[in-house]
Design a protein around this ligand. Structure first.
Ligand SMILES: NC(=O)c1ccc[n+]([C@@H]2O[C@H](COP(=O)([O-])OP(=O)(O)OC[C@H]3O[C@@H](n4cnc5c(N)ncnc54)[C@H](OP(=O)(O)O)[C@@H]3O)[C@@H](O)[C@H]2O)c1
Length: 253
């Protein structure tokens, strides 16, 4: 079996599994964070779980860049920088900023996430640095690259700003939840997810790739049902929860 055939099978698998994940997660919220509950097997410390879960996405794409044939191609170098900035923060910074004391994370979720992260990083890194036609240097002036980059950076800003607003609500070791009011929380309950989705839509446009599109659809499949569950959870936990706030998309949903 050729590598290209394996690549295409994995790509189709991600598209198809996104549909399943989307449906399942509306009924069964992934059991971590505020939705953690008993009955999901052994757990490990949440900080460590996040670090282990996100590290392969950082490492695999860097390895595939050096294993590929685009080391002197400027658009490829810029794709690598964008991906690395996101995953360096997500794997090496964010987990160590988390509070919540000894909060746990199910190993089962870690395993599912690792499988996806391995496949997703392989698809994006291998496509961009090996299977695609080399992107010409003037791709950097293409409207797709410019619009995608604006969305990617804007999404990353909203995502990181929102995550840090949440992290600042707690003192070290605290586990309780509060109502966040700052930043984009004025509009939605999960602006970190909104930013994440915008970021990967931007990635899809700036790389103009099916691997990027598969990642974006999987992210939506994951985060849209979770945003719905988070919104319901906030409303049931806090009587004073702002009425006008939506779940994920400002003024819409
Ligand atoms: N690309 C993808 O498919 C994907 C999938 C999942 C997550 N992510 C990203 O990973 C990041 C974390 O995701 P997440 O699901 O853990 O986000 P989250 O539920 O919003 O939680 C983020 C952090 O803030 C804490 N927190 C949440 N709400 C709080 C509140 N009201 N008061 C005090 N602390 C609060 C959480 O603590 P607890 O852990 O104690 O709840 C956690 O440490 C986000 O940026 C998200 O976009 C991406």
């Amino acid at each position: 079996m050729s590598e290209l055939l394996i690549f295409n099978i994995l790509l189709i698998t991600v598209f198809v599994s996104a549909i399943f994940i989307f449906t399942i997660l509306f009924f069964i919220p992934a059991p971590y964070g505020r939705h953690i509950r008993k009955g999901w097997g052994i757990t490990l410390k949440a900080k460590f779980g996040w670090f282990l879960m996100e590290l392969p996405s950082l490492a695999i794409v860097i390895i595939l860049f050096f294993a590929g044939n685009r080391k002197m191609n400027l658009p490829a170098i810029i794709f690598l920088i964008f991906w690395t900035v996101h995953y360096f923060h997500r794997a090496m910074v964010y987990p160590f900023m988390m509070k919540g004391g000894n909060k746990k994370f199910p190993v089962l979720i870690l395993v599912f996430a690792l499988i996806f992260n391995f496949i997703n990083s392989y698809l994006n890194g291998r496509y961009l640095f090996y299977f695609s036609q080399p992107y010409p240097a003037d791709w950097l002036f293409d409207p797709r690259f410019i619009i995608g980059t604006i969305l990617f950076i804007t999404g990353m800003f909203i995502n990181i700003q929102s995550d840090y607003i949440l992290l600042k609500l707690r003192k070290a070791g605290e586990k309780d939840y509060q109502i966040p009011y700052a930043g984009f929380f004025r509009f939605v309950s999960s602006p970190n997810y909104f930013g994440e989705i915008i970021e990967w839509i931007g990635w899809t446009i700036l790389t103009w790739s099916l691997a990027g599109l598969a990642f974006t659809l999987f992210t939506v499949a994951n985060l849209l049902p979770r945003a719905y569950s988070n919104h319901k959870w906030y409303k049931s936990k806090f009587n004073s929860y702002p009425e006008e706030r939506k779940a994920l998309i400002p003024f819409v949903y």
